[in-house]
Design a protein around this ligand. Structure first.
Ligand SMILES: *[C@@H]1O[C@H](CO)[C@@H](O)[C@H](O)[C@H]1NC(C)=O
Ligand SMILES: *[C@@H]1O[C@H](CO)[C@@H](O)[C@H](O)[C@H]1NC(C)=O
Length: 340
């Protein structure tokens, strides 16, 4: 091994070592699919596993598919073991997210994982985002690579939403934390949300800003979801806010005692390492878009140096801001074209 190769692989090695320390599984209670979720769209393309613990969501030339939690939750922990389709997957989006867009059309809240397929030989990428109270003109996207191949085995993807913070986890590594801040106002999600999982054709933006489309020669595209976790305060979304706050106080407290509610110093270090190494776009550093970073942004000098003034590591041509309607659940997806 040459010196150059040794030095370039050393940080990755240290990173993986650090991850192996933070790798004690969360203590979660999983539920069978039918106990918490139901079919959302895509007749025939949602296939339940024989043991009832999971489902496959398929995309073929006729339709994608999706499921939704049977209840809405005021705060919670939403989690699944997910395996993504392998091979040529350009143009495909697999979303694992919470939203109340069907109930609050103009003032919806949303927390997203969106996995973006790729051409052969190029890895999946993903983005996280959040909206509160219909703030769809203030996208808070971040985009990342992964430190493993998400098509080879299952990994746990989780969204924690409490009164105080939001944490996106991959396995036991927090990859993004949004700490609630008064200045965010309604932009911090505040109303009960459902959990959704969907696979769909997003040929016009998912891969390299729409350059590579879904190729149905490789269909069906199969994603798998199992070991599902739904913790939180199930609530009718029409409850008045003060009533909801009272009804959920106990569950909110319980949520905050859970293992995954603690971003320990060790986890925080893993998060920092992940972000310095695998994040390739963040709205917090995109001064072309936000001359003043939104109030929840915590500016890390190391990240800032990497991103310079653009929030992007490289320009992939255009950086148009676009709003698109989700085909199946009319969710507005506002993304910035930051693909490399
Ligand atoms: C896991 O959680 C359950 C229920 O919340 C609890 O009874 C149990 O003691 C926990 N186990 C560990 C190892 O923390
Ligand atoms: C949410 O938005 C509505 C307008 O759509 C506004 O009246 C309300 O005050 C906002 N709520 C918060 C908490 O900002």
């Amino acid at each position: 091994m040459t010196h150059t190769r040794l030095f370039s692989s050393l940080p990755l090695f240290l990173f993986l070592l650090l991850f192996s320390f933070t790798n004690a599984d969360f203590n979660v209670t999983t539920i069978p699919f039918n106990h918490g979720y139901s079919h959302l769209f895509g007749e025939g393309n949602l296939v339940r596993s024989p043991d009832g613990k999971g489902v496959r969501l398929l995309l073929d030339r006729f339709t994608g598919s999706g499921f939704i939690s049977s209840s809405m939750y005021q705060h919670g922990f939403f989690s699944a073991n997910i395996k993504l389709p392998s091979g040529y997957t350009a143009g495909i989006v697999i979303a694992f997210y919470t939203s109340n867009g069907d109930v609050f059309e103009k003032s919806h809240d949303e927390l997203d994982f969106e996995f973006l397929g790729n051409i052969n030989g190029k890895p999946w990428r993903f983005q996280t985002n959040l909206y509160g109270n219909g703030s769809t003109n203030r996208g808070r996207e971040e985009r990342y690579r992964l430190w493993f191949d998400p098509t080879k085995e299952f990994h746990r993807y989780s969204i924690l939403w409490t009164t105080k913070n939001i944490v996106f986890y991959i396995d036991e590594v927090p990859i993004r934390e949004v700490i609630r801040n008064e200045a965010m106002g309604g932009d911090y999600p505040s109303k009960p949300m459902s959990l959704y999982a969907t696979i769909w054709d997003a040929s016009n933006w998912a891969t390299s800003g729409g350059r590579y489309k879904v190729n149905y020669k490789y269909a069906p595209f199969v994603s798998e979801f199992k070991d599902l976790v739904l913790e939180g305060c199930p609530l009718d979304p029409i409850q008045e806010v003060p009533v909801a706050a009272m009804a959920c106080a106990e569950k909110d407290d319980l949520l905050e005692t859970k293992d995954y509610a603690f971003v320990t110093p060790e986890r925080r270090l893993a998060m920092r390492r992940f972000r310095q190494r695998f994040m390739y776009y963040s709205y917090c550093y995109d001064i072309l878009r936000y001359s003043v970073p939104p109030p929840e942004c915590v500016i890390d000098p190391v990240e800032k140096r990497r991103f310079k003034d653009t929030g992007r590591l490289k320009f992939g041509g255009s950086h148009r801001k676009q709003s698109r309607r989700h085909s199946r659940n009319s969710r507005a997806v506002s993304i910035i074209e930051a693909e490399i």
